[in-house]
Write a protein that binds this ligand. Structure first.
Ligand code: AMP
Length: 475
């Protein structure tokens, strides 16, 4: 399948895809669409940015056009599970976009908001429900939703759901679906637990793998500015006022940092909005809507809050603080240069952050050029080692407290297993980059999503599952 119209998709879907400006299916779409249309189970390795959402949403919508039977009250025909509310909302937006000429009934279910409107939507019966596992289980326990008529389930970013401690909830949810169904499992990495889940719940799945997107390296102009932390505020203002900025996302490591930076920008007359885990769902949505519509040009975000932000026209990403997890850098800068555009990523790096910069450069397999001539980036040489310099002294100290880098970890990650179909993109992975580059990991589940209830081995005394602890105050 080289073109969308070879996929056997219904005309209203092809029209929507055309309106989106998609000329040809991406590698994951080429592989997933025919197998999903044929009703097979799928085990796919694909990251955000590969076009994986359309890969599973288009065949789901196509099925609705083939069989328009109305779902019974409190049931849904297809269920999509996602780890975070941001991703769930993003998927729902895609369903509405690709389904604009079909008009599927859709609801998004996640914690942190009142359950009433969700229950009202569920009571009518729906074509597609997109949910985070915790709130979905709440509605299952009160009879708000019954999964006995759900014949397709998609688990998106399954590895992140497991990272967040949702494995028991996922098993309970899958246990409530009919035995005869289609199960699609998509994951950015393929750790042992994902294979185990696939073995338990899938029926001879077709394995599909696409390499990570090349976008961060090839289309993004990356630079770093070395400076004292006290100069960062002025540097940020200078960058935002001098550069030709359409939309910019400024990243900080902490929630308080995001509020502080946003406050300073507001005082300097640059209207911005901060988005992070302490903001209510309504505040986040208002900020994202403003950013999408262009009324807010600058978004100040933490890594977790920015996950799933897929807004075209982000011309600049500014790392006010470098991330202590190198993969987060690739994920951050991937917010720009979307939809075929180019983008700029500028990092402000103080002396304490130089170890982070090294980790990032190691991950992406290249040096990031300095924009202030501190060292000759073109030749790739760092400044001569000076044991007495302030920077060297700082580098020798421990990493900043509470910002310990987490090991990327993950046994048996990625790699195409025997029999796996590999739909690779040309020169997709930068030299030296790890297979999961482009994807931040870990973090907290949504405020009101309870990841697990029954006793499980990895549990705290409160009965909540233990998760990898995020760096202090990070999210
Ligand atoms: P995803 O990996 O699903 O998050 O998609 C990443 C981006 O790719 C989104 O902005 C989509 O709108 C875009 N996209 C998806 N499919 C295509 C396609 N076939 N051609 C061009 N862009 C696409």
């Amino acid at each position: 399948m080289k073109k969308f119209d070879e996929a056997g998709l219904a005309e209203p879907i092809l029209r929507a895809v055309k309106e989106e400006g998609y000329e040809a299916p991406t590698p994951i779409q080429r592989e997933v669409i025919p197998h999903m249309k044929a009703g097979e189970d799928i085990l796919g390795i694909a990251q955000t940015g590969t076009g994986k959402t359309a890969a599973f949403v288009l065949p789901l919508l196509n099925r609705l056009t083939e069989d328009r039977k109305k779902p019974a009250p409190h049931t849904c025909r297809a269920l999509i599970l996602a780890p975070t509310r941001e991703l769930a909302s993003q998927i729902a937006d895609s369903v509405r976009t690709y389904g604009q000429f079909i008009g599927p009934s859709v609801a998004v279910i996640f914690g942190g908001v009142k359950p009433g409107p969700q229950l009202r939507a569920l009571s009518k019966g729906l074509d597609i429900v997109i949910a985070t596992p915790g709130r979905l289980e709440d509605h299952m326990s009160t009879g708000g939703i019954k999964l006995g008529a759900t014949t397709t389930i998609v688990l998106d970013e399954a590895d992140q759901m497991l990272d967040l401690g949702f494995a028991p909830a996922i098993r309970r949810i899958l246990g409530k679906l009919p035995k005869v169904r289609q199960t699609v499992l998509l994951s950015a990495t393929m750790p042992h637990q994902i294979r185990k889940l696939a073995k338990e719940f899938q029926n001879n799945p077709c394995e599909i793998s696409v390499a990570p997107v090349s976008r961060p390296i090839e289309k993004i102009e990356q630079s770093v500015r070395f400076l004292n932390s006290s100069s960062k505020r002025a540097a940020l203002q200078e960058i935002l006022s001098e550069k030709d900025i359409e939309r910019a996302i400024v990243f900080t490591r902490t929630k308080r940092g995001a509020d502080r930076v946003s406050g300073h920008l507001d005082k300097a007359g640059m209207s911005s909005a901060a988005i992070h885990g302490n903001k209510s769902q309504r505040q986040r949505e208002r900020s994202l809507d403003g950013f999408k519509s262009g009324s807010i040009k600058i978004l100040v975000a933490t890594d977790i809050a920015a996950r799933g932000i897929d807004i075209d026209g982000v011309s600049h990403v500014i790392n006010y603080e470098l991330p202590n997890v190198p993969e987060a850098y690739v994920h951050r800068i991937g917010r720009t240069a979307r939809a075929g555009k180019s983008g700029m990523a500028i990092s402000l790096c103080d002396a304490t952050e130089q170890p982070y910069l090294r980790d990032i450069e190691r991950l992406i397999g290249r040096k990031i050029l300095s924009d202030d001539g501190d060292w000759d980036g073109a030749s790739g040489e760092m400044p001569a080692f000076d044991p007495t310099s302030e920077q060297t002294q700082l580098k020798r100290r421990k990493r900043p407290q509470g910002n310990r880098r987490r090991s990327p970890g993950g046994a048996g990650r990625s790699g195409s297993a025997h029999g796996t179909k590999v739909a690779s993109e040309p020169s997709a992975r930068p030299a030296g980059a790890k297979p999961d580059a482009g994807r931040g990991r870990g973090g907290k589940p949504n405020a009101n999503d309870r990841p697990a209830r029954k006793s499980a081995p990895n549990r705290s005394q409160s009965g909540r599952p233990r998760r990898a602890k995020p760096a202090a105050a990070q999210r």
